[in-house]
Design a protein around this ligand. Structure first.
Ligand code: ZN
Length: 207
């Protein structure tokens, strides 16, 4: 867990390789379920076609299909899920039925000002989609393909602050819920090198 821009995706990918277990994010499993045309995937599609948010119950159904699958047999990483207390409660019920224990909840924390700096400073290649961090030169072009670098609309500073507010409103209660009831919450400082943060995460899991 952690706010947008905290490095969840980066760390998730590293841990996925290191522990050789699949990583499930809400966006990824939604895309997979729609592609494979599962029952829950079709229901999610109907909401998205109507321009509505996919309800927790459908997200949980799709996550349940993934967690019960063969790929998850030796463990898994959840990336950015659960996002609400209702999702956390639903996940706990599902894991209970499957006889699975969550080992740890990793909470990567980064201060708001640093998140704003990271996200509002990053740019995306208009041709190939590569993401470039805030420390690149202002007039730089894409190192992969030479395309122009642009800012994504939801990365402007005001929108980032709003996304952080939404995150705190929805997700801080999830952390409080886990601290009160669930598996151990490992708080990790999200500042510093990628390798350094990975080490803190692994130390936290092992502790
Ligand atoms: Zn490019």
């Amino acid at each position: 867990m952690g706010p947008p821009g905290a490095g969840k995706g980066t760390q998730g990918e590293i841990l996925e390789r290191r522990y050789d277990v699949p990583r499930f994010s809400t966006g990824d499993i939604l895309r997979t379920a729609r592609r494979e045309g599962t029952e829950m995937g079709r229901r999610a599609q109907q909401y998205m076609d109507a321009g509505e948010l996919v309800p927790d119950e459908v997200i949980l159904g799709i996550m349940g299909e993934a967690l019960a699958g063969e790929a998850a047999r030796n463990g898994f990483i959840l990336d950015g899920f659960p996002r609400t207390v209702a999702q956390a409660e639903g996940l706990a019920r599902m894991l209970d039925e499957l006889g699975i224990n969550l080992d740890a909840v990793i909470n990567i924390s980064v201060e708001d000002d640093e998140i704003v700096r990271r996200l509002s400073g990053r740019r995306v290649c208009s041709k190939c989609g590569v993401v470039v961090g805030p420390d690149a030169k202002p007039d730089a072009t894409c190192g992969e393909c030479g395309g122009a670098l642009i800012q994504r609309r939801d990365d402007d500073a005001a929108t980032v602050r709003r996304r952080l507010e939404v995150y705190r409103e929805q997700t801080e209660p999830v952390l409080a819920w886990y601290r009160a009831s669930g598996p151990s919450v490992v708080d990790v400082d999200g500042l510093g090198s990628v390798e350094g943060i990975t080490k803190r995460v692994q130390d936290g899991i092992a502790a």
